[in-house]
Design a protein around this ligand. Structure first.
Ligand code: NDP
Length: 455
């Protein structure tokens, strides 16, 4: 097929953060002719059923503490109740607005939108559920992922994160299964909104893969706030009964909850796209295998974002989109940099992290650990026992800060800034050369004089 005979230079499948960014930049910056198909709502997981509504729910849930603390600061505050209907109506209106913004950004860049499901017919042809077919020089798959339930019988009686934003009313009690990002964030959110939350996770501790000391402090705080946490707890049986959903678990409990929420991981949306027949390679979990330029085993087909299961975070999908457009349309082959990505878990307290955990770093060579844990001024004054933690992992030989872990209110905001220094390869001495901002929690980052241990 000659180049001129394609309908598009690029056809994008999936209108989430990654797909929309790639389409907009390919069309707007590089002048490519671009089509994009989305079968659901524009904005994808992040905007419609993930980060954005989740963060609004985080904000809603933290007012409970604020009202209590306000009394300690001299305000007279009357006890009120949270009104889910009122909040969720506003939240959904905000999501509608954002979806509109995404649509108009695509229109403004001259991208042709197709509200349809797309499958791939051959290396250059996309078939739409409308019956149309479109040809393209390059095809970009940005179809994201979806939450998965456990294989236990009647699992469909429980909900997943997609459903949480559409509840008619908040349940009185909820079991959350899992100990990862989504499980821990929603345990805190729902507890803050007044739901009695139990968390069953199969391991010994929540938030696998994060720094042990940091996740230990988050777990301690969650327990202290009243979240009913159970380690080594697998769900063996579940069944809907008159009183709610009955659960039998591996740690010897039989309990009934109003609602059960599976937060047991996500899977790439790569099935029924026609990929295997074309020779696109998939990993065992369905992730599309791509090289450092996001190119699949079929040269005209690329993939970015959660469907590739590299680092499943919105800003990473966006960076993959930018690297893809630069490589394919900008003539500058640009590998995606997945090193030292800062991230935050929006638990209460939040955890912000960048670089290696103490455990990972200690395996690689001699390190020094600088750590400060204390009761911050704002909540200590209000009589709360909450502790925060600032921790730096330093390479003994080069003095480079290999990892930074923060457990504190607003840790997400702090780690974004600390992430710049860590990404630049700053040493402990360069952190120390920075004057403290007083009085703040994060000033500890530049005032920790002595290591608490070496390893
Ligand atoms: P995670 O991988 O973080 O957590 C999955 C949880 O499910 C883990 O606790 C895991 O246990 C447990 N699990 C998996 N399989 C089983 C099983 N068979 N039986 C019992 N438990 C099981 O996934 P999430 O769904 O929470 O989040 C998906 C991704 O989305 C995250 O990895 C992250 O990339 C992204 N995300 C990011 C957020 C942020 O940036 N703030 C917020 C939300 C999501 P175990 O640990 O023992 O394997």
């Amino acid at each position: 097929m000659s180049e001129q005979s394609f309908d598009y230079d690029l056809f994008v499948i999936g209108g989430g953060s990654g797909g929309v960014r790639a389409a907009r930049v390919a069309a707007g910056t590089y002048g490519a002719k671009v089509g994009l198909a989305e079968q659901d709502r524009y904005g994808g997981t992040c905007v419609i059923r993930g980060c954005v509504p989740k963060k609004l729910m985080v904000f809603a849930s933290t007012y409970r503490d604020s009202f209590e603390d306000a009394r300690s600061y001299g305000w007279s505050v009357e006890d009120g109740a949270f009104d889910w209907d009122n909040f969720s109506g506003k939240m959904n209106a905000e999501l509608d607005r954002l979806e509109g913004v995404y649509r108009s950004l695509l229109d403004g860049s001259g991208v042709d939108k197709f509200d349809a499901r797309a499958t791939i017919q051959d290396a250059h042809t996309v078939a739409l559920s409308t019956g149309e077919t479109k040809t393209a020089k390059h095809i970009l798959i940005a179809t994201g992922g979806h939450p998965i339930r456990l294989g236990v019988e009647n699992a469909d009686q429980g909900i997943v994160s997609d459903d949480i934003f559409h509840l008619d009313k908040l349940p009185k009690s909820m079991l959350i299964i899992g100990g990862g990002y989504i499980a821990c964030e929603f345990a805190c959110i729902l507890h803050g909104l007044g739901v009695e939350v139990s968390l069953y996770f199969r391991g010994a501790q929540i938030l696998n893969g994060f720094d042990d000391e940091a996740r230990g402090l988050v777990a301690e705080a969650m327990r202290a706030r009243g979240i009913d946490m159970h380690s080594g707890a697998n769900v063996l049986e579940m069944e809907k009964q008159d009183a709610g959903i009955w659960i039998k678990s591996s740690h010897g409990q039989e309990r009934t909850f109003d609602q059960v929420f599976f937060a047991t991981g996500r899977k790439p949306n790569s099935t029924d796209l026609g990929l295997e027949a074309l020779g696109v390679k998939l990993a065992r979990n369905g992730a599309i295998e791509v090289d450092e330029y996001s190119q699949s085993a079929v040269p005209s087909i690329y993939a970015i974002g959660d469907v590739t299961d590299r680092v499943n975070l919105t800003p990473v999908a966006i960076r993959e989109a930018m690297a893809f457009t630069k490589t394919v349309f900008g003539g500058e082959p640009t590998p995606v940099d997945h090193d030292l990505i800062p991230s935050a878990v929006f638990t209460q307290p939040e955890m912000g992290t960048v670089g290696m955990t103490e455990e990972e770093a200690a395996e690689k060579g001699p390190i020094e650990v600088y750590c400060s844990s204390f009761r911050p001024m704002q909540t200590a004054f209000a009589g709360r026992p909450d502790r925060v933690m600032m921790k730096l992992i330093v390479c003994q030989e080069t003095r480079t800060v290999l990892g930074c872990h923060i457990v504190a209110p607003q840790a997400g905001e702090m780690i974004q800034m600390a992430g710049i220094a860590v990404k630049m390869g700053a040493t402990k001495e360069q952190f120390d050369a920075t004057c403290a901002v007083h009085p703040t929690m994060s000033e500890e980052m530049v005032t920790m004089a002595k290591p608490v241990r070496s390893a």
